[in-house]
Design a protein around this ligand. Sequence first.
Ligand code: XBP
Ligand code: MG
Length: 255
Amino acid sequence: MKAVIFDVDGTLADTERDGHRPAFNQAFQAFNLNWHWSVELYGDLLKVTGGQERMHYFIQQYPELAGKATDGMNETELSDFLSNIHQTKTRLYTDMMAQGHIPLRTGIERLINELHAKGLRLAIATTTTTRNITALFEHTVGLDVLNWFEVIGAAEQAPIKKPAPDVYFYVLQQLNLSPQDCIALEDSANGLKAAKAAGLTTVITTNAYTAQEDFSAADLVVDHLGDPNVPCHVLSNQFKAINRVDAKLLSQLIQ
Ligand code: XBP
Ligand code: MG
């Protein structure tokens, strides 16, 4: 194992329900839209990765909730409108991160520190925007830790989002490594599809939104990575006895 590639939303931190979702809702208000994404509705909207793509899906899939606000717009006008909302949403989201209410998930800081100490290479492969990654690190473990990540593949680098493998292809190319030398950490079926389509061994940490998804293609499924006093639970069939996911276990999965 030469590198570990981390997904962001849902994997590094539970950012969706109490981060992205309320930021979207506040942005809708700022644009005088009476759109509101409930916790439950957001679970369905998460089928689509990428904030702008998710708003497109909402308008198409839930016309009774979306109302007439975008009626009469052509494709370009609609994309510009959603892009403006999304910029506001990103600002609101980063402001929210600055309040520091969203911690990293169990075991993330421990594993990042261990991998870095062992000289393993670190990368990020996400569909979210770079500013959101910076905000998450800045207000949790700090930007020094973000600097340990050699490659950051985000929305700007891979406009075709997961489940497409593009962002993983970008990261592998930048690392100049083959997928056999790397492992991906993901939390969702879309993330798993993307990582697998790029040929990567993949560990899934489930969360409330993704726990029921199909992870049969994953190499290991756990509820979280585990910490010394907080053992993880293995949800797939192998390695039942482990308490935490560490560098040794990750390299065993690759072999
Ligand atoms: C998760 C996503 C993102 C976020 C919202 O990305 O699909 O769209 O929900 O962020 P990942 P943006 O799990 O790959 O990190 O609004 O910036 O898209
Ligand atoms: Mg994710």
